[in-house]
Design a protein around this ligand. Structure first.
Ligand code: SD4
Length: 325
C-alpha cells in the first residue's frame, strides 16, 4: 500500500485533520478530508434514506452506535417497506412479529425476537444491550420490557399489509420469493469519525412465515456480527441458510485472517451454496466492511445491491457481484 493510502486508510488522516495547519498545508488537509475512507454508512438493499440519515449524523460527529440505530429506524418507520418494522408483512396467522439486533464497538450486543406491537425493535434491542444483563429478549417478555422502557404499543398491521395477507390466504402458498421486490431486511454498518464500527439489523422476517419463526436478523453472528479490531458484516435473504453457516461471524473471522471484505463475503456465500442443493431457490446476500472502510458484497443471485453514504455522497445500487443468474 502506498504511504499516502496507508495514512488515509488507517485513520492517521483523522489525526492529521485535527493537527495544526503549520504541520499540513490547507490543500493537503482538504485532500486528506476528501479521500478519507470514513465516516461511512453502508446498508443492505437500496435503503438510501437510511444510509443518508446515518451518514449525515456521522459527518456531524455522531457515534457509530447512534448513527446505525437512527439509520435503520428510517426503514422501520417506512410503511411502504413491507419487510421491516411498522407495516411489515405478518406471519401466516396475521401477527406482525419483528426481529432486530444491534452491536456496539465495545462488542456489546442486544437483540429482540418475535416482538409485537413496537414500531422500533432496534431501539428495544439497544435498551436490552444497555439496560439489562442479557443479550436477547423474546416475545411477551420483550414486549413487557419495551413497555417498561416507555415504548408505545401500536398496531403494526397496516390496511395494505392486511389486504395482501388476506389475498395470500386464498392460496396459502408458502414460497419465499428471491429478492422480495427490492426492499427487504435492513442490515447496516457504520464506521464513525474515530474509526469505530457499530451495526444493526432489523426485519419483520419472511412474509407469511410460520407463527413463532425467528430468522437470522436478530441472531448475533448470523444476521450481524462485528469486531472493532477487524470490521463487520450483515446478511439478508433466507435466514435459515444464514443461521446454518453463522454467516456474518464467518465473514468477520475470515477478514481477521487476512481476507478482504469482498473475498470474505464470497467465501461465506460459497459455503452455503456448497451445502444447500436447493440454493437456486433462495437468496443469501452479505455486505461487509473492514476497519479501513473497505466494503465488499456478494450474493447467490443477481438482484441484490447495497447503499452507501460517504463523503457527503449517497449511492444506491452498488455491488452487482453475484454467483449466478
Ligand atoms: C429473515 N433474513 O428473517 C430475514 C429476511 C430477509 O431477505 O432478509 N429477507 O430470514
Amino acid at each position: 500500500m502506498k504511504r499516502r493510502n496507508f495514512i488515509i486508510n488507517t485513520g492517521i488522516a483523522g489525526a492529521a485533520l485535527s493537527a495544526t495547519p503549520s504541520l499540513f498545508s490547507q490543500p493537503i488537509l482538504n485532500e486528506l478530508k476528501m479521500n478519507k475512507s470514513y465516516p461511512v454508512a453502508v446498508a443492505t438493499w437500496n435503503f438510501q434514506n437510511a444510509t443518508k440519515m446515518a451518514g449525515k449524523m456521522l459527518e456531524n460527529g455522531a457515534s457509530a452506535l447512534d448513527a446505525v440505530e437512527k439509520g435503520v429506524m428510517v426503514e422501520e418507520a417506512n410503511l411502504k417497506n413491507t419487510t421491516v418494522g411498522d407495516g411489515g408483512a405478518p406471519d401466516r396467522d396475521g401477527n406482525v412479529t419483528l426481529d432486530a439486533c444491534i452491536m456496539s464497538p465495545e462488542g456489546n450486543a442486544g437483540s429482540v425476537v418475535y416482538l409485537k406491537e413496537i414500531a422500533h425493535p432496534v431501539s428495544v434491542a439497544r435498551k436490552v444491550m444497555e439496560e439489562t444483563p442479557h443479550v436477547m429478549l423474546a416475545g411477551e417478555g420483550a414486549l413487557q420490557f419495551a413497555i417498561q422502557q416507555g415504548f408505545q404499543r401500536k398496531n403494526l398491521l397496516t390496511e395494505d399489509s392486511e389486504k395482501a395477507w388476506k389475498e395470500w390466504l386464498e392460496h396459502k402458498e408458502y414460497k419465499p420469493i428471491i429478492n422480495i421486490e427490492n426492499h427487504d431486511t435492513i442490515g447496516m454498518l457504520c464506521l464513525d469519525e474515530n474509526g469505530d464500527i457499530a451495526g444493526a439489523c432489523t426485519t419483520s422476517g419472511l412474509s407469511y412465515k410460520m407463527n413463532g419463526r425467528v430468522g437470522d436478523s436478530p441472531i448475533i453472528g448470523a444476521g450481524l456480527f462485528l469486531d472493532n479490531e477487524v470490521g463487520g458484516a450483515v446478511g439478508t435473504g433466507m435466514g435459515e441458510a444464514i443461521m446454518k453457516s453463522v454467516g456474518s461471524f464467518l465473514i468477520v473471522e475470515l477478514m481477521r485472517q487476512g481476507k478482504s471484505p469482498q473475498e470474505a463475503c464470497e467465501e461465506a456465500v460459497m459455503r452455503t451454496v456448497r451445502k444447500a442443493p436447493n440454493h437456486k431457490d433462495f437468496q443469501v446476500a452479505y455486505v461487509a466492511m473492514n476497519k479501513q472502510g473497505e466494503i465488499g458484497s456478494y450474493c447467490i443471485h443477481k438482484g441484490f445491491s447495497y447503499a452507501k453514504f460517504h463523503n457527503g455522497e449517497s449511492t444506491n445500487n452498488l455491488s452487482l457481484s453475484y454467483m449466478e443468474e
